[in-house]
Structures are given as C-alpha cells and as structure tokens.
Design a protein around this ligand. Sequence first.
Ligand SMILES: [Zn+2]
Length: 433
Amino acid sequence: MLSRVSVDPLGAELPNPLGIHEPNARRSRGPLGRPAGCAVDTVPLVRYRRLGDSDLEVSEVSLGSWLTYGEGVESEQTEACTRAAFDAGITLFDTSNAYGRGTAEQAWGEVLSDFKRDSYVLATKVFFPMSEEDRGLSRAQIHKQLDASLARLQTDYVDLYQCHRPDPETPIEETMEALTEVCEAGKVREIGFSEHPHRFRECRAIYPAPLPWVDAQNTERLDSYLRLIEQARAAGLPVKLALEWDYLPGFEAALERALGAHPWDYTIGSVHWLPPAARGGEWWGFDDPARISDWERVDVLEVYRRYFRLIGQAARTGLFDIIGHADVIKVMGYRPKADIADLYAAAASEFAAAGVCVEINTAGWRKPVGEIYPAPPFLRACRLAGVPVLINSDAHVPEDVGRDFDRAAAVAREAGYRETAAFAQRVRTMAPL
Ligand SMILES: [Zn+2]
C-alpha cells in the first residue's frame, strides 16, 4: 500500500524534490523538536516541518542513499549511518529502486525493519531501468516496481513515491491512474465468516461419537448462522460465507455431505484432532489447553509426522479450497529437535498437487507459540512448490479482524509472494498482495 505520491513533471533533480513549501518548522515533537527516545539531549539537531500539504511531519534534514548503501559502503557502515540518523532525530529516509538496482533499498530494508514503521517517513522512486525491459512509468511498471521496492524495503507501504523522471513514452494520465490505484489499494478487502462446524448440530456427523469436547459445544443451528450472513450482505457488507472444517480421517463422506448442503464461498480445511494411536484409544485435540500435559508424554517428532501426513491427506480429499493454519501442530510451543524441512516440503508438494491455497494466519502470533502460521521456512517451501496464499486473521473477537495484516504481508513478500487469493462461490481469483 502507498499513502502518498508526488510527481515531479519536470523530472529535474530539484534541490527540494519533496515539494516542501512550509518554511517554518512545526515542532510538535516536544520542547527540543526531537522524537522521544533520541540519544542526544542538549541542542536540537534537526527541525521538523510538514511535507508539502500532506499530514506527514518530517525532519528538515533527510538521509539519502544514492551511491552509498548497498553499493559503495559495507553493511556495517550502512547500519551505523542509519542508526546515527535516527539518533540525531532524522525521520525522513529517501532512496530509489534504481540505486544499485535495488541494493540500496535492500540494505535499508534490513536496517529499517528494526525500527517501528511509524517512526520514520520513507520515500522511494521509480523510472530508471531495473532490467532490459523494466523501466519507465507505465501502469504495469508502477505496480511491478512498487511491489518490488516494498519487498526489498521490508514494508508494506512507502510514504512518498516519486517519479524519478518523466516518461515520454507513457501518457501522464496512465501514470497518474496507476499511482491512484496503488494509493487506494486497501488492506482488508472482504470479511470472511468461517465459524467452526463443531458448533452446529447439522455438522455433528463429521466428528466421531462420543467426543466430549465437541458434544459440549454442539448446540447451535446452522440456519441462524446462514441468516446472520444474509443480513450482513443485505446491509452492504463485503461478507463471505464459509466454515473452517475439521478434517478427521474416516469422516470424508459425512464431510462431503455437509459441504454440499450450502453455497459456501470457500472451504477451509484444518486438522485439530489426531486419531487414536491404537485401537480403542481416543482422539486427541492437540490444541486444547486442557490437554497440554499430553504433550509431555508424546514423541514430539512422531506427532509432527502424523500431523503433517494428515494435512497432506486433507488437501488430497479435494474438499477444501484453503488449508487452515497449516502448522498449527506447533501451537502449544512443543517442537521437535530435529529439522523438519522434509515435512514442510512434502506437505507443500501435496498442497500444490491438490491445488489448494495456504492461509497465512496471524493468530499464531497470539498463541503460546508466538509465531505466524505457517512458519517462514514452511511458507518458503509452499512458495517453491507454487502454492498460492491468502492472509487471514482467524479472529475469534471483532477486534482481531484484520489484525497484523501488515506484518503478515511482509512475511509473505519475504517468502517471495506477490499475490494473494480471494474466493467467491468457490472460484479463486488472484490480486496483488
Ligand atoms: Zn482452527
């Protein structure tokens, strides 16, 4: 996403290329005009002013990165200069995709990712060649180059996107339209309702009986859920109808019947239960906090192996559009000591073969494990296998809807993703991340 755009129609390297025209410093940062936490506390080193007619406040001195970071100087110096700039109260950092053909942005992405994104104003540029074909200000290039800059800068928005030169081969209208599009690109496009089916009596058949944990909560009627979504749609909300289905091996036929009963926009398939290890044993809800002590008695690697086999199997049923929180087996924080790259790769290739998407699910950050699903190495394996993704918050309360999407998008980009999936009536479309 992009919050601001400036076009310099003359394309000159102006001494004041950011269009600052408010002469007086606006010192809203405390008595000395510096951000809180600044290391120097005697004389104000820099003053602040508004950027053009925007609502952005910037330091009057900015740090630029042409011919230096990522190119002329080593990473230690890059980091030292950048940190010194922060210490001096500088809040405006200005680079370009073309500086070092991306290496300047890359170098800064690594350093700036340590700082809170709202503690600095980030400016970059587009126009100069990035490869034989990639140059200029066409619509396609604006979208492509901005995405690439965001990935290198490890952020999901720049504050100021500048046209480095005019492009005589592209009508200015096309450039402006493309810039408007990237500005308007929102973060939450639609709201998917995907309750767990164990809540609904109509879905009881997809679970073994008895299963006390499910039986205790199996009290609602699906009708009331469907009606609620109808009402939200009637009120004009961009709402999608779904459930997050539990996959339990052996219950595929019941699942298929339940899935066929309503016009879902998408189906999420998740594994929350491991089947009994021996005949007569019980199903284990491994993410149930009441059963956490079970983890102390199991072979963690073996449990992971069983879990990963099951999610592959879930994908292969062809019943699901999306695999939910694909490595939720880690939820309680128990992890095998061994490297499990082979499990990731095997699951990713099952997902690819089955044509399912994987959700990047921010709820993991709110769970004991404190890590997004899937873990970055697993996500990279999915990317290598060509598995599409989408970003979900798995919110159980309204405040969590869309939570941490910025961070999740950065994780997706880091893994190499540039697009996310969306669904309507079980048809998948792709949109820029
Ligand atoms: Zn779940």
